[in-house]
Each structure stands twice: as structure tokens, then as C-alpha cells.
Ligand binder design. Structure first.
Ligand code: F6P
Length: 541
């Protein structure tokens, strides 16, 4: 098969708007008859096999969906919904490189980044960059071992959004296998305090800056990169070409910035789907070429599951469909992510961008307004910390929030820095807490005439179990989330791969920056609404 090197503009399979399908009507009826008053405790009492029939094996992980407000009929109607909305055909179109990002007329091919050589679109380009990037990552690791005159000790990633959250989350998640001689820093915020706090801890000769930006135009990243370069020179740094590299699809702009070593990627890699591309360079430096390939292989295994498993056993599809059930029928407005693993501390932030930037849309692909809700708010923190902050609201608050527990059967070896028995004991506590929370949410407890002690229970959760956190299992977990977001977006008929909603704030921000730069001026507020003008005048005082 010959693939074009630019995104082909081609249509998606025709599909009926989700709320006009027979399955949607069936789900609406089912919700009235059995969904609104569905009781998890009764469901388990009725069906002793509920756990077996509602838990699923997928590559690298096991998912228990049995504590969700669904029964066999719900899952059957949801699978019908997926078929009526052409979710499988939309998936196939994405995997084949069709321009399913219709508003930007781009293909969506992050899956091609983890496909073996020759097995997906753009393979030659993808593997050429991957090989070059991994060779470079290995050379940095060698320098960190002290084999070069000036040893490298710090890697500073300058990027924001998808050019920050993915690498930052993954480098922390894989700390167990990261190079011990290197410290990784992530600078994103245009607030100079972010960059300053990193620069205070590094010296030019020991530091590699990775300027990560798909567009190489993002204000925050360009500003931080310019400030870092000026600091580097002012601190007596030499050989900028050795200490600044770029990951971008805008190679010319990186060259204009003065960066000669650039790892490229393509318009068909969305920012929030880009950690598998050159944007993953800090991950590759941290864990090395072989483990980075394992990360890709884990994602690839999930891609194959997503591509091949029937809807009824396709875990990303099932999760995405249950999300639709909760959002559009139960009308739950948010979902909480609770990784019981300190290593996954940045996963909720990463998933916020993945899901809310992808599916936070209110018109369909043709621009027609949608009468139903789309992306929920996604939020969370690692357990057990979260238990001592907002789990009160999850157990007794007025809203039902489905919770997603992520448990690792084995502790990470990083915990080996404390005595083995303490590490094992603390891991047992971690698991017991995670399991207890989903149990408590479901079971509830009567308060013996003390309403404030009453737990209503029947609160849904999903539990994902990983054997342990490895590059491979992390890759599979992240691909699971990507395809789940794809599934709900495909049902809703939205373009999950654009992000026009960030544009207006950027435009207004530029105009206001001009006013800030002109300084105190009686006319500063001209043309602005009363509130913005008033605040501006106060800030300029
Ligand atoms: O403004 C939103 C956004 O475009 C995200 O989608 C993206 O991940 C982020 O900004 C950073 O963009 P870039 O990698 O082009 O600097």
C-alpha cells in the first residue's frame, strides 16, 4: 500500500446521529425501566457470576466493570449503539489514515507511531525519526554516565499541554527504571517562576534543554525557550547546538531559533497524542531505547485489541460506551481518576487534556449544535492522598461521581529504597485502601438514626488492575484511554482531534499583552468590557 505523505482529505463512514438511533431509544427506555433505580448490591445478589461476566482481560491489564450501574442488557444496547454509530468503521478509518480530523483536514495516526516497521502509514518516516531519536537518547545516557568531558546531569523539557503532560507523566511513572544519573525537569508555565526554579538548580555545561512544541509557535514555550537560551549564554554556556534540541513538526522554526538538532513529527500527530513521537524524547532519555520501544509495544498491543476485539469484549470501547451511558442517561457530569500509585501522580492531569480537549465539544463534525452532553469533567489525585481530601464528597455528597481505581499488584522497585518489609507492608496498605474505597462506594452503610453517618452506597466505580507498572503496561494503559476517548467521541459524532476552543483566549491574550506592554495609559481600557477594563486599570496602577 502506498501512503501519501500529507493527510488525505476523505470522509468518514456515514452514521446516524447517536440520539436518533434505535439503540439510543432502547437505552432511554431501559434507563427509565431499570437504569434510574438500578442497585448494584441487588445486582450482585441476583447474579453470583456478575464479577466474572463483567470483568475483562485486555493486553497488560484486567478491568473490573462489575461495580458499574450496568447489566447485561445495558451492555447489549450500548454495543448496538456503537454499531449504529459506525464506531468500528470510524476506528478503521482512523487506523487507515483517513482525514477523520475533519475541521483541520488531517489524518489521526498516533497509532502509526507504535506500529512495527512496514505495518502502518508513514512507516519509513516514523521509524527513521524513532531510530535517530533513540540513538540520540542513548548518547545522552552515555554522557550522563560520565564518559564525556562535560557530564550531563539535567534534562529540562520546555513545552506545554501535550508537549509537557505526556512526557512529564511518563517520566515520573517510569522513575523506577530511569537513568539514576539524570534529573528531569519540566517547565511549562509562562510564569517565570516555573523556569526560574529549574534554572536555579542547574548549570549550563551539565544541562540539555529539549524545546518541545508541535507548532514551535506556542507563546509560553517560545518565551521560556528564549529566556533559557539567554540564561545559558549569560551563564557562560557554550555550544548551544549541543545543549538545545527540539521536538517539533515545524523544523524550519526550530532552525530559525538556532537549534540544529531537531526530531520531527507530523501534522497527523495531535499534541495530546504525541508522547509516542519525538515529544517522547525525555522519556527515551530517562528509560533508554529498549524500554521506550517496550512502551510503544504495550500501546501497540492495546491498538491491536482495539482494532480486532468485538465490541462486546473490546475494553476501550466498553469503557467509552459506559462513559456515554453515564453522561447522557444518568447525566453524571464528572469522572474521578484515582491511581493508587504515587508513580501515576500526573496521570489525572494528563487524562484531563486527553479527554476534555478531545471531547469538550458542542457541535458535530458538520458544525451542527448537539442536543446532548459530551465530555465530563475529568479530575483526580493519587490514592491514598485523595481519600483525605475529597472522598468525603464521593461517598456522601449530593452528586454521583463514577470513580476509576487503578491498582498495581506489585509495588514499584523505587519503594525498595525503604526496607523490604516496610515497602511490602505499605503496598498492602495501599491496595487495601484502594479496594476498600470501591467497596464502600458500592455498599454504603446505614447510619443508625444518624443521617450524617449514612453512606447511601450504590456509587459506581471501575477498577483497572496492572500486574506492575512497566514501560509496556504503561503504554497499554495510555492507549486504552486514547481509544476510550475515541469511542465516546465517535458515538457523539464530534471531531475529537481538534481544539479550536483554545484559540479565542490566545487571541485576546495577545491584544491584552499589547496593552500591558504600553503600560499606564488613561485609554488602556478603551474597547474593553467594563470588568476587563477595570481589572486592567488596577493591574497597570
Ligand atoms: O493550546 C492548546 C494546544 O494546542 C494543545 O493542543 C497542545 O498540546 C499545546 O497547545 C501545545 O502546543 P505545541 O506543542 O504546538 O506547543
Amino acid at each position: 500500500m502506498v501512503y501519501a505523505t500529507t493527510s488525505p482529505v476523505s470522509g468518514l463512514p456515514a452514521s446516524t446521529r447517536c440520539d436518533r438511533t434505535a439503540a439510543w431509544a432502547a437505552l432511554a427506555g431501559h434507563f427509565e425501566a431499570h437504569g434510574r433505580d438500578f442497585d448494584l448490591r441487588e445486582a450482585f445478589a441476583r447474579d453470583p457470576r456478575r464479577f466474572d461476566t463483567m470483568s475483562f482481560d485486555a493486553p497488560e491489564l484486567f478491568a473490573d466493570l462489575s461495580k458499574n450501574l450496568v447489566d447485561a442488557a445495558t451492555l447489549r444496547f450500548l454495543a448496538d449503539l456503537a454499531r449504529e454509530c459506525s464506531v468500528e468503521a470510524q476506528r478503521d478509518a482512523m487506523l487507515a489514515g483517513a482525514a477523520i480530523n475533519t475541521t483541520e483536514r488531517r489524518a489521526v495516526l498516533h497509532t502509526a507511531l507504535r506500529a512495527p516497521r512496514g505495518s502502518a502509514p508513514f512507516s519509513a518516516d516514523v521509524h527513521a525519526v524513532l531510530d535517530a531519536m533513540l540513538a540520540f537518547a542513548e548518547s545522552v545516557r552515555v554522557r550522563a554516565d560520565g564518559t564525556a568531558p562535560a557530564r550531563l546531569r539535567h534534562v529540562v523539557n520546555i513545552g506545554i499541554g501535550g508537549s509537557d503532560l505526556g512526557p512529564q507523566m511518563a517520566v515520573r511513572a517510569l522513575a523506577e527504571v530511569a537513568h539514576p544519573g539524570l534529573t528531569f525537569h519540566f517547565v511549562a508555565n509562562v510564569d517565570g517562576a516555573d523556569l526560574a526554579s529549574v534554572l536555579a538548580r542547574v548549570v549550563p555545561a551539565e544541562t540539555l534543554f529539549v524545546v518541545a512544541s508541535k507548532t514551535f509557535t506556542t507563546q509560553e514555550t517560545m518565551t521560556n525557550a528564549e529566556t533559557a537560551r539567554a540564561w545559558f549564554v549569560a551563564q557562560g554556556g557554550t555550544r548551544i547546538e549541543e545543549h538545545f534540541v527540539a521536538a517539533t513538526s515545524n523544523v524550519e522554526a526550530a532552525a530559525r531559533f538556532g537549534i540544529t538538532r531537531t526530531f520531527g513529527f507530523w501534522d497527523w500527530v495531535g499534541g495530546r497524542y504525541s508522547l509516542w513521537s519525538a515529544i517522547g524524547l525525555p522519556i527515551a532519555i530517562a528509560v533508554g531505547a529498549e524500554r521506550f520501544r517496550e512502551l510503544l509495544a504495550g500501546a501497540r498491543a492495546m491498538d491491536e485489541h482495539f482494532a480486532q476485539a468485538p465490541v462486546e469484549r473490546n475494553l476501550p470501547m466498553l469503557l467509552g460506551l459506559v462513559d456515554v451511558w453515564y453522561r447522557n442517561f444518568h447525566r453524571f457530569t464528572s469522572r474521578c481518576i484515582a491511581p493508587y500509585a504515587q508513580a501515576l501522580q500526573r496521570l489525572p492531569a494528563y487524562l484531563q487534556q486527553l479527554e476534555m480537549e478531545s471531547n469538550g465539544k458542542r457541535v458535530d463534525r458538520s458544525g451542527a449544535p448537539l442536543p446532548y452532553a459530551t465530555s465530563p469533567v475529568v479530575w483526580g489525585e493519587p490514592g491514598t492522598n485523595a481519600q483525605h481530601a475529597y472522598f468525603q464528597m464521593l461517598h456522601q455528597g449530593s452528586d454521583v461521581v463514577p470513580v476509576e481505581f487503578i491498582l498495581l499488584r506489585q509495588a514499584s522497585a523505587v519503594a525498595g529504597a525503604i526496607p523490604a518489609e516496610a515497602s511490602a507492608r505499605q503496598h498492602r496498605m495501599l491496595l487495601a485502601n484502594g479496594l476498600a474505597q470501591s467497596q464502600a462506594l458500592m455498599q454504603g452503610r446505614a447510619g443508625a438514626n444518624e443521617p450524617h453517618r449514612d453512606f447511601p452506597g450504590n456509587r459506581p466505580s471501575t477498577t483497572l488492575l496492572l500486574e506492575r507498572l512497566t514501560p509496556r503496561s504503561l503504554g497499554a494503559l495510555l492507549a486504552l484511554y486514547e481509544h476510550r476517548v475515541f469511542t465516546s467521541g465517535a458515538v457523539w459524532g464530534i471531531d475529537s482531534f481538534d481544539q479550536w476552543g483554545v484559540e479565542l483566549g490566545k487571541t485576546l491574550g495577545s491584544a491584552l499583552l499589547g496593552k500591558f506592554e504600553r503600560g499606564r495609559d488613561a485609554d488602556a481600557g478603551a474597547g474593553l468590557d467594563g470588568s476587563t477594563a477595570g481589572l486592567l486599570q488596577r493591574l497597570l496602577r
